[in-house]
Design a protein around this ligand. Structure first.
Ligand code: MG
Ligand code: MG
Ligand code: MG
Length: 306
């Protein structure tokens, strides 16, 4: 049995691409099962329910297991005790991370907006027809990761894949459906500050500095404005207790198309260096910035390394 799993704090891409890729492997005669390493978020729950797809099982013990990694190749985002598992494939759309393997593996890293686009391309490559429910969840992942094609990570391949998948899934208006999907994560009222920070949070090692970057994507930033002080104070506590050099939180407005970046860092000049903008009260508005992977991580890595 091969287990297919996305990153920690799973997003819709991590869950849906794992399910779809496990399904493709089964079609190719491989015993495979999608699992998850964390709770599914409300957006993913909505998508799975809408298309009638079961939530993958939670898996926390990986020793001796064969694993396909989806939507990441960083040790810090991956399964616990990764050295004791056998990584047999990686399918991703991020920069190449720090996972290494003792043996040659199939490693597909495509510079596209979503792993689901790569999975769709792999279905086509193998000539396997995509079932309607799988098309629906792959489409949802693409709309989610590309922020309905507004993120600068979006490529022609994502748009083409989404159009093909929408036809199979019977979704007519991609914008309407995309906003419906994205709005599921906009409901932060009943979440604690820590839940807001941790829902889509990733750890990075930047030139030896432990850096944490969270993101929430909202249909309207005013939803979260009254919570900012509370979020910042929780970020300060987490920075101290978990030994971060910098804690960052992207509050992204998907309609206005920009990000209010919250930063709690040992060295505020890092933010200035990275974004050419000054923090005021631990916050700075970054116009047009929507992508952690493309617009936040690379400039921060440069700033930490210089
Ligand atoms: Mg992801
Ligand atoms: Mg992704
Ligand atoms: Mg994401």
């Amino acid at each position: 049995m091969i287990f297919v799993v996305g990153h920690k704090n799973p997003d819709t891409d991590s869950i849906c691409s794992a399910i779809a890729y496990a399904e493709l492997k089964k079609n190719l005669g491989v015993e495979a099962e999608a699992v998850r390493q964390g709770e599914v978020n409300p957006e993913t729950a909505f998508v799975l329910e809408k298309f009638g797809v079961a939530v993958p099982e939670l898996m926390t013990e990986w020793d001796g297991k064969k694993v396909i990694l989806i939507d990441h190749s960083d040790v810090s985002q991956s399964i616990d005790n990764i050295d004791k598992a056998e990584i047999v494939e990686i399918i991703d759309h991020h920069k190449i991370g720090d996972i290494t393997t003792p043996n040659p593996i199939f490693f597909l890293a495509m510079p596209v907006g979503c792993t689901a686009t790569a999975v769709k391309i792999l279905y086509d490559y193998h000539g396997i027809e995509i079932p309607k429910n799988i098309a629906g969840i792959l489409l949802s992942a693409i709309l989610s990761d590309t922020v309905i094609f507004k993120s600068p990570t979006t490529t022609e391949k994502d748009i083409k894949a989404a159009e093909d998948l929408a036809r199979i899934a019977g979704i007519e208006n991609l914008n309407t459906f995309g906003i419906q999907v994205k709005s599921k994560l906009s409901n932060v009222d009943e979440m604690s500050a820590e839940e807001i920070i941790k829902r889509d949070f990733k750890d990075f090692n930047m030139s030896g500095n432990k850096v944490g970057i969270g993101q929430v994507e909202l249909v309207d930033l005013s939803i979260i404005e009254p919570r900012i002080d509370e979020i910042l104070s929780r970020m300060r506590e987490m920075k101290e207790s978990e030994g971060y050099a910098g804690m960052y939180m992207m509050l992204t407005d998907i309609i206005k198309e920009g990000t209010l970046l919250l930063a709690v860092t040992d060295d505020e000049s890092i933010v200035e260096k990275a974004f050419n903008a000054k923090l005021e009260n631990n916050r700075v508005w970054l116009d047009r910035v929507m992508s952690r992977k493309k617009e936040i991580v690379p400039p921060l890595e440069n700033a930490y390394s210089s």
